[in-house]
Design a binder for this molecule. Structure first.
Ligand SMILES: Cc1cc2nc3c(=O)[nH]c(=O)nc-3n(C[C@H](O)[C@H](O)[C@H](O)COP(=O)(O)OP(=O)(O)OC[C@H]3O[C@@H](n4cnc5c(N)ncnc54)[C@H](O)[C@@H]3O)c2cc1C
Length: 552
């Protein structure tokens, strides 16, 4: 008997599910319902068309209803919205170009994605205010830029899409400001990474306002008002403040939701109704490291979930094992990326968190073109297990994060990471890859060979009742350019002659620029009998990024 498979949503999860279903079953009757005018388009590519990096709009349209039919014998019905699921009758009420009708199913897959959140501030419905989620959104925005040639833009929200669009606007000659409510842009990342991203934006000519919201859009004088009373010029406003799962249909069908508000599915991506599966941004899934329920609205998980949902709807028993939230964003010439848990998320999840931060060249320093990469590895001190990593730099960021993403799936420890045999020749890496080095820092901290504290921990200790002595082991020039007020300065190469001036009855927090010279100093002092000596991981670079230190 032919299986009638109906899929609601025809982009990432839905289109993948349709193609997979056909590959598994030549006889199935597959119907793809998409309320928008396009199926299977590259929504991740929309910002790059607007930046003009992608010149041809057609490149974004990966498949058409005709193409789906020719290759997969899938009936892709665009402009067709699913309005109601009749679970008892196993049919979906749809409204399309020919009016309303019912479509029968044996198995149903929901892949409806999410809806961008539009804050209800006054003026948000003005014609110069945009969101970016679909091809029509992109066309509208592109048309507005072409016709009106706006000189100023405000991007509300400094997440992935906001950053990509800030760059796109800037590339089109628009004076652009990003407004972000959180203390830093890229609020999903730990603070220092967000600071680095913010600096990159500013260095590229984008204005950045953090810790402040937009309270109104004023179409009359083309400004936006900030919650602190300031006004910014904005001939164009883009809201990119997040996305909520599209659940109207699922809720009205009585499907269970999870604790995070996403659609509840089991490990086979089956909803609370036996014949209904789901995939993509609308789901609540398990975080692979914390085991907690999360929503991960990203294209990779949506595509893989679509594949599994289709397989299981057609009788297989594939298991979806959750996601890591691995993500990457281009910020002008730089890249920021993360996988697994950041420091804060790991603490919130109850781990005994250890952190190793390095700022190292992405390949051998002596080979031309070396670029500094800031890499933070988060691990569990009890088990040494890796929990996540975040990185920022101009080269080599994505590969480090992808290695850690793989390591996380294998539940590797920092000891495994220290031993990883990674590809090396001077144009690509160093004999010890930055990932190996970060793992060495973690191993040395765990064994007590070279204990570390983070810049944030040092800041807290300095404000406490028994502040440590800050020992700065950089050279005189570096010290002269800026140092912590009250720090003792002994360049690392002079330490063996000058250590007698250091107190033995006080904790000593040693730092250099990025951590390596401080590690040498910690080892020297420890072997001289100093018992309470720690290295500030990431050194002065991380201290500056953390902020809050009294510097002179
Ligand atoms: C501008 C932009 C850039 C992005 N960049 C990245 C990136 O670089 N990396 C990354 O990992 N992710 C990125 N994403 C996120 C990624 O695109 C989404 O996570 C992914 O598309 C989710 O897939 P999905 O199938 O769940 O939903 P979608 O791809 O959003 O598809 C859902 C579809 O369902 C349709 N639909 C909803 N309800 C109904 C209904 N009742 N009847 C019929 N049709 C319906 C919608 O019209 C929509 O087309 C980006 C998203 C955008 C918008």
């Amino acid at each position: 008997m032919k299986t009638k498979l109906v899929i609601v949503g025809g982009v990432a999860g839905g289109a993948t599910a349709a193609a997979r279903a056909r590959r598994l079953d030549e006889t199935a009757e597959i119907t793809l319902l998409e309320r928008g005018p396009y199926v299977s388009y590259a929504n991740c590519g929309l910002p790059y068309f607007l930046s003009r990096d992608i010149e041809k709009r057609s490149k974004l349209l990966l498949q058409t209803p005709e193409g789906f039919d020719a290759r997969y014998r899938v009936s892709a019905r665009v402009g067709t919205e699913a309005l109601e699921i009749d679970r008892a009758g196993k049919r979906v009420r749809v409204k399309g170009p020919e009016g309303e009708s019912w479509v029968a199913y044996d198995k149903l897959i929901l892949a409806q994605g999410g809806t961008p959140i539009m804050p209800s501030v006054p003026g948000a419905a003005s014609e110069h205010v945009f969101k970016l989620w679909t091809v029509p959104d992109m066309d509208r925005l592109h048309g507005f830029i072409e016709e009106r040639a706006p000189k100023t833009a405000v991007v509300v929200g400094g997440g992935f899409i906001g950053l990509e669009m800030a760059e796109a606007f800037k590339k089109r000659g628009i004076d652009t400001t990003v407004v972000e409510l959180m203390p830093t842009v890229m609020g999903l990342m730990d603070r220092e990474m967000g600071v680095l991203v913010g600096r990159e934006l500013e260095a590229s000519g984008v204005h950045v306002f953090t810790g402040v919201g937009v309270s109104a859009v004023h179409p009359e004088d083309r400004t936006v008002a900030l919650s602190d009373g300031r006004r910014l010029p904005a001939e164009l406003v883009l809201f990119s403040v997040g996305v909520r799962p599209e659940l109207t249909l699922a809720k009205s069908a009585g499907l269970a939701l999870g604790s995070t508000g996403g659609l509840l599915v089991d490990e086979h991506l089956r909803t609370s109704a036996p014949d209904i599966y789901a995939a993509g941004d609308m789901l609540e899934i398990e975080h692979k490291v914390s085991g907690r329920k999360v929503r991960v609205p990203l294209a990779g998980p949506a595509n893989r979930q679509g594949r599994i949902a289709a397989s299981n709807a057609l009788g297989q028993s594939m298991v979806y094992r959750g996601a890591l939230g691995t993500s990457v964003v281009k910020v002008f010439e730089a890249t920021a990326a993360m996988t697994g848990l950041g420091e804060k998320a790991a603490r919130d999840a109850g781990f005994d968190v250890g952190v190793a931060v390095i700022h190292k060249d992405h390949h051998a320093s002596y080979y031309p073109g070396a670029q500094e990469i800031s890499l933070k590895v988060v691990y569990d001190r009890k088990t040494s297990r890796l929990l996540g990593a975040q990185a920022f730099g101009r080269a080599g960021v994505d590969k480090r994060i992808d290695v850690v993403a793989t390591a996380l799936v294998g539940k590797l420890t920092v000891h495994d990471l220290a031993e990883l045999d990674l590809a090396y020749a001077p144009p690509y890496s160093s004999a010890n890859d930055p990932l190996n080095l970060a793992a060495f820092v973690a191993e040395n901290a765990l064994s007590g060979v070279s204990p570390v504290i983070t810049a944030a921990e040092l800041l807290r200790e300095l404000a406490g009742p028994t502040p440590p002595l800050v020992l700065d082991v950089r050279n005189l020039g570096e010290f002269g350019r800026g140092h912590v007020r009250g720090a003792q300065h002994i360049p690392v190469d002079e330490l063996r002659c000058a250590w007698e001036t250091l107190p033995r009855d006080r904790r000593i927090a040693v730092h250099c620029r990025s951590g390596f010279r401080a590690h040498l100093a910690v080892r020297t002092l420890k072997q001289l009998g100093f018992t309470d000596v720690v290295n500030v991981t990431g050194g002065y670079v991380s201290m500056e990024l953390e902020g809050g230190f009294s510097l002179e």
